[in-house]
Every structure is written in C-alpha cells, then in structure tokens.
Design a protein around this ligand. Structure first.
Ligand code: SF4
Length: 785
C-alpha cells in the first residue's frame, strides 16, 4: 500500500507563489514565448490536424496492444545484444539499475533528462548506493545544483529567471563573477559537464518512443547531452515507461512532426537518436570491450491505468508539455504549486493519480478550472478537463462521510443534490447557478449581501470570496420576456415533440442557459432579434441546466441527471433537423461535448451535431457561403470618421471548439469598426473558480493580466486618438471600476467597445478592469437595421 502523501495547504502555496515576483517574471516570459512560437509553427503546418488524428489513433492502438508490443520489443532488443528488464514499480526499477551499475563496476553516472527517473526517485536511490550522479540536461543540471525539482516536463527551470540561474552558478561554483549572457552561462556548464561525461561509467537516459518492431529507442533532444550519455560510458541504461511503446518506425512520423512543434515551437529538434543495441562494442579501437545496453521497462501503475476507462487516455500523452504553458492557473503558479511530486498541471493530475495514487492527485486537482485550453493544444487530443472532473468525483467519493442530521434536515431542502454522502454548502452552491440567481433575485438577500459582515460569513460557510462582486440577476427572466412576445417555449420532451413539426429550415432552437435566463437577458433578447433579422424563427428551450456547473464540481450524478433532462427536450428537435443555438459558450460546449461523455449514445451525438454557437450561425446566414436562406445583413451605415475600436476577448470553450474564427469574421464585417482580439487564454473567472475563496487570488491575477493586455491594445497606435470633439463618445468604462489606471477616457481618446461571449469573462473585465463588456450579439443587434 502506498504511503499517504503529506497534506498540502494549497491556499498558502498559492499565496506564496503569487507573491513571488521572480516566479512571475520567469513564468510569464517563458509561457508567452513558447505559446507564440507554437502558434506560429502550427499555423504554418497544413497537415497538423491529420497528424493529430493519426498520432491519436496510433497511441490508442499501441496501448490496446501493449502486452504484445512489450514482447516484440524485448525480443528485438535481446536479438541485438541488449537486455530488457521489467520493473513493476519504482523500487524494483531502482534495484535493477543499481545492480546493472554494480555489474559494470560503475561509480560515476551521467543522466539525460528523464521524468520517469524523477517519478521513481532514481537519483536518490543511486546516491544511496554510493554512486555519483550527474544530470546533463542544462535545465536538470541547474535543478540538481540548486537542490530543486523540475516544474515543467520539457523546461525543468521554467520557474527560474536568468538572475536565479546566475545565483545558482555563483553558489555552486564559488565564483566571484558570473556572466550575464545565457550563452556564456551555458559554456560554463558545458565545460564542467564535459569532464563528467568523460569520467562516466554508466549513462542513463529516458526514451521518447520505443519501436517494438526493431527494438529501437528513440530520443528527441536539443542539447546533444543525450548523445554523449548514450555513447561515451561503458554501459547505457534506458529507463522508460511501458506507455512509450509504439509498433514501429513507420508510425513515428506524426509524433516527430507534433512533438517539437507543440513542446517548444520548433519544426524539428536539434538531435534525433535511434539506438538499437550496445553500439560501439567491437568497433575499431574498442575491440574486445563489452558494452552494456539495458532497457528497464517500468510499469509503476501504468498497466492499471490501461485497465481504467478514464486514466487510459493519459497513457497516450507524449509529454510535450504544451498543455502546461497554455493552462491559465499554471501560467501564474507554475508546476511546483500546480502539480504533484513529478507531474504538473491538468494532465499531471491524471498521471499522479495513476503512478502515485488518488490522494496525491487530490492535493492539486481543484486547480483545474476545466477551461479546456489544454485540450485545444494537446497533439493527441486528450480530454484533460473531463479526466479532472471525473477524478474530482473519485476524490470526493474517497473522502465521503454520511450526511449529518442537520444537512439532511436543512441543507438538502435548500440546496438539493443527487450526490451521495455529505456535500459541502460551497459545492452545492457552485454546482447550481440557476438556484443561486433565483436566491440573488430576492431583494432582502441582496441587501444583506451588501454588508461586509454577511460577505465574510458567506466566505466562511460557503467559501465564496468576500472580495468578489456577486452577480445581480435581471428583474425579468429571459423566458418571461420571450413569452411576452408570444414566443414558443419548450420545457420538456412532450412539448418538444409537438414543436418538432415546425419548419426546420426557418426555425431554430435557442437554448436558454441559466446565465442568459437569469443574468444576461440582454444577450438573449439580442440573439432573438438577430435571428429574426436573418429570417429565422425561434423555439426557446428553457428551464434546464446543461450540467456544466455540476460537472466542474465533480458532481457527475447531478450533471448526468441535468443532461438527461435537457437531452430529452432537445432530442426530438434535433431528430427533425432543427439547429440548436447557444449563447453562452461553456453551456453550449456542455451540450456539444460533455453530454456525449455523460450519456454516450446516438441521441447525444445527434444533438451535438446540430449545435451552433449563435455567432457561428449568424455568420453562416449573413455570409455568402451558399447556405440556403442566407441573406446579406443590412448594417446601419458606419458613422463618419475613423473606425471605432472594438476589443474582443474570446471565451475558452469558444476557442477550443473552433467557434472563434466565425465570430471574428462576423464582427469584422460590421462597417465602421476596427476589431482586435486578446491572446490571453482565459480571463481567470472560469465559471465558479473565480468566486472561490482559495482560488480568487489566482483568478484575480489572471484577470489583471487580461486587463493589462486590454490596456496595451487600447494603447495600440492603430487605435490612436481621434480629433478633439470625439473624446469620450461611447466610452463604456464603468465609473466604479476599481483597479486600473485607465478608469476613464483621457482627453482626446477614442471610444472603445468591449466584447466577450462568456458571462464570467464579462464579469471579470467589468470588475477588475472597470470596462463594461457586452456579448457580441448585442452589438450586432444594435448595428442591424
Ligand atoms: S497531455 Fe497532451 S499536451 Fe499535455 S503533455 Fe501530454 S501530449 Fe502534451
């Protein structure tokens, strides 16, 4: 049985990380650079999606055929004079490697980067056996000198600044003067490592891929240290998880195309090594020498992951690290906080659950906001947010105690839930936005929440951050307004059956998500108006939650029940070919994506296939793509003078599900505007994440960075000042915006409009930036005649 990990105080770790200015400098420079390079090289790779599809397929097939691949690989290695060892866990792997070292009379070991060796604490085991171990990857070398640990699987010192590295060199090498130039620092390390390479008896590497047909170990690297590690010492040990096996060399191409592009934004890495045996033994100058070549195949939980319908997907991971640099909480916290002992960020949760146990994963699972930005970038299409939601449920179940009397008598009545056992008030609240909005509509309660003492009490009892502004619901729900104009409202399957006979070409189904229904009713009204303008009648599906909020709390039973009810209502309409239109991207993404996992089957697939983001549908109808019934929009004429700046912040799921380009095209087609979009992955709110006491600081930091980007875009010369007289016209800055230096237009500044599709994005921009943002559909409705 695994020992229980020491409990973590995540809130304290978060506070410390956010206060660390050096970490902020290091991380933000690194993630910005890597993400920009990745975007650039991928945009120039036309075969990207095909390579992703192929890589995923190969991984799925390889993991399914793993026992057979292990046998084929072992036979091929042995045929070339190498040895294959099978290690059930880390302890056994360390024992095997120590015994190989003894067999080769090794005293000095050089290692190239291997997260698998971090996972099993190999260095400590070798040093305990009296061996000298030297890491030779530059980042790992610095980590070793600093007595630190990697915070990223590809860039181990992503958390360090140049000054941090200089300090490590100063202390480690007792230098009075340390160069400022990174190249000179590298030379310093290189000179020292050269002696280590030449003196080493044993080289240890990991592997990026193992080719079963030829017994070949494939190593992808940039520094050449892996080549030296494999070729100079008398023996070479490869430590690799069994998940690294793929059938053969013909399967390698998509991985070699994807790995460098996603990991570091490179077209190719500098060195690609194929090692199929002991190498130079018997070569000229080495006659009679016995060179050792050993491959240690590590299980350490991987075979159990293979049998787990959830965790099996993590085994497809090719360890590119792309999901980490785009992960919003990782971007501000780094891998030491958002990670376990070895693996980091969202995918790190699944890996730690698999190799260290659920209790380790529980230490940082909450930091996954399920924003989905990682899914977009993952070269093998791993659904990391889904894995983390299910892990959240497993973690909750592993801790579950029976409900108490008070909970059953009072809390269950006020905030019912489908989950078994005790469920905290915070979890109940965060999983049910419609209920929260209905409560907040009650004026006495709203007045009470205006008191700081009440907010502090709410923070203590329900974990709702006292500093976060609470949403104020609209007086009239969206559905009431829609009924008032004699619109057809459908709330159940029977009504949907009746409505399904409406003409499907000229009628669409608009899904009234909880946020549009209670809070952002203007967006709902504008959507109806725009659909009407392009000749589409609306049937409104109302009274259902998509289940997304419950899902992000790991409350899968509740989410499944909500999804079932919504699917029963949507299915008859989807079956008769009606298009389903959503306004709030996170809710639409639940219907188009998560429901297929919650309720696998043809019905959910059919509903998902009929889903459209409202802007995507409007762009189709207004565009000239040959869509039946399309008509050119009749925009109001643009006002005289320069075009008005328009800033659009894309919602996470809007980007992940590919709805963003249509939104941009549509907005660019409106006369008189100059559109710019933000590049921030996420505003930091991520639904309920930004309302939680412990995570509010992370959310606020991400929000501040977004506002910083907005300020930079506002200062862009292309959005330059207008002639006097236009000052302030249409400026949508809120007067009570608390935190930015640009709280009001300066004399001569041009009006700027702010757009965001997500309810929580708009709340964040308004609260932290003092700028009122609206859903783009509101602007479109305003500009249509
Ligand atoms: S989960 Fe995907 S993006 Fe993340 S490291 Fe693995 S392969 Fe790369």
């Amino acid at each position: 049985m695994r020992p229980r990990p020491a409990p973590r105080n995540l809130a304290a770790e978060i506070r410390a990380a956010l206060a660390d200015k050096s970490l902020e400098t290091a991380l933000s420079a690194a993630v910005t650079g890597i993400n920009a390079k990745r975007r650039e090289v991928i945009s120039r790779f036309p075969g990207y999606e095909e390579a992703r599809r192929r890589a995923r397929q190969i991984e799925e097939q390889a993991i399914a055929a793993l026992p057979e691949l292990v046998d084929r690989f072992a036979a091929a290695v042995e045929a070339h004079g190498g040895h294959v060892h099978h290690a059930v866990d880390g302890e056994e792997a360390c024992r095997i490697i120590n015994s190989i070292a003894r067999q080769h009379d090794a005293r000095r070991v050089v290692k190239s980067k291997s997260m698998t060796s971090e996972e099993i604490h190999l260095n400590e085991a070798l040093e305990a056996a009296g061996l000298e171990v030297r890491e030779t990857d530059l980042g790992e070398y610095i980590v070793q000198l600093a007595g630190d640990r990697p915070s990223h699987i590809v860039a181990p010192i992503i958390h360090m600044t140049l000054e941090d590295v200089r300090e490590v060199f100063r202390k480690s090498f007792a230098l009075d003067s340390v160069p400022f130039d990174p190249e000179q620092l590298t030379q310093l390390a290189r000179q020292r490592l050269r002696d280590d390479f030449l003196a080493a008896d044993l080289g240890i590497t990991g592997a990026n891929f193992l080719l079963a047909d030829s017994g070949t170990v494939v190593i992808v690297e940039n520094e050449g240290n892996a080549r030296m590690t494999t070729q100079l010492p008398r023996a070479h040990v490869v430590l690799a998880g069994v998940d690294k096996l793929i059938p053969g060399v013909t399967d390698l191409l998509p991985f070699l195309q994807l790995l460098p592009r996603t990991a570091t934004g490179q077209l190719l890495t500098s060195y690609l090594s194929f090692i199929s045996g002991p190498g130079w033994a018997g070569a000229p100058g080495h006659a009679g020498e016995q060179r050792g070549f050993h491959v240690v195949l590590l299980d350490n939980g991987r075979l159990a992951m293979r049998d787990d319908p959830l965790l099996v997907e993590a085994l497809y991971c090719i360890r590119c690290g792309g999901c980490m640099t785009v992960c919003p909480p990782y971007q501000v916290l780094g891998g030491h906080v958002y990670g376990g002992p070895t693996y980091h960020s969202g995918i790190g949760n699944a890996w730690e659950a698999g190799v260290s146990g659920l209790a380790t994963a529980a230490g940082f699972n909450d930091l996954c906001t399920t924003c989905s930005r990682c899914q977009d970038v993952c070269p093998v299409g791993i659904d990391i947010p889904w894995m983390n939601a299910v892990l959240r449920e497993r973690i909750a179940e592993s801790r579950r105690r029976p409900r108490g009397l008070l909970e059953r008598a009072i809390v269950d009545r006020l905030l019912p839930t489908d989950e078994p056992g005790a469920v905290s008030i915070a979890t109940r609240l965060f999983s049910d936005p419609a209920r929260v909005y209905r409560l907040a509509r009650r004026r006495p309660l709203r007045a009470l929440m205006g008191w700081r003492v009440a907010r502090l009490l709410l923070e203590r009892t329900a974990g709702v951050a006292a500093d976060r502004r609470l949403p104020v619901p609209a007086e009239e729900p969206f559905t009431s307004w829609f009924r008032g104009r004699s619109g057809r409202v459908v709330t159940n399957g029977l009504e949907a059956e009746r409505a399904s006979s409406d003409r499907r070409e000229s009628t669409v189904v608009l899904f009234a998500d909880c946020h549009t229904e209670h809070l952002e009713t203007a967006a709902g009204r504008a959507a109806v108006e725009c659909l009407d303008r392009c000749g589409l009648g609306v049937v409104l599906v109302s009274g259902h939650c998509c289940g997304r909020a419950a899902l992000s709390q790991g409350m899968l039973r509740t989410a499944r029940r909500q999804a079932e009810a919504l699917q029963r209502t949507l299915a008859p309409l989807a079956k008769t070919g009606h298009r389903i239109v959503g306004i709030e991207p996170s809710c639409l993404s639940a219907v188009a994506g998560d429901h297929r996992k919650l309720l696998p089957g043809a019905v959910a697939e059919q509903v998902a296939a009929r889903c459209h983001d409202v802007l995507e549908l409007l762009e189709q109808r207004f565009g000239d793509a040959g869509v039946a019934g399309a008509r050119a929009p009749e925009w109001k004429p643009a006002p005289a003078g320069p075009r008005q700046p328009l800033l659009l912040h894309g919602h996470c799921q809007q980007k992940t599900l590919g709805w963003m380009p249509a939104a941009v095209r549509l907005l660019e087609s409106i006369p008189g505007f100059d559109l710019r979009t933000t590049t921030a992955e996420c505003c930091g709110m991520a639904g309920s994440f930004g309302y939680k006491r412990d995570y509010y600081p992370v959310s606020a930091e991400l929000g501040r960075r977004l506002i910083g980007e907005i300020e930079a875009l506002e200062a862009d010369p292309r959005h330059g000042r207008l002639a006097a007289g236009d000052a302030g016209s249409g400026w949508s800055t809120k007067s009570d915006g608390p935190s930015t230096s640009r709280g009001a237009p300066q004399a001569g500044a041009r009006a700027c409009r702010y757009l965001a599709c997500g309810t929580s994005c708009r709340a964040q921009i308004e609260e932290l930036g003092g700028r009122r943002a609206v859903h783009p559909v509101e602007l479109i409705a305003e500009r249509l005649r």
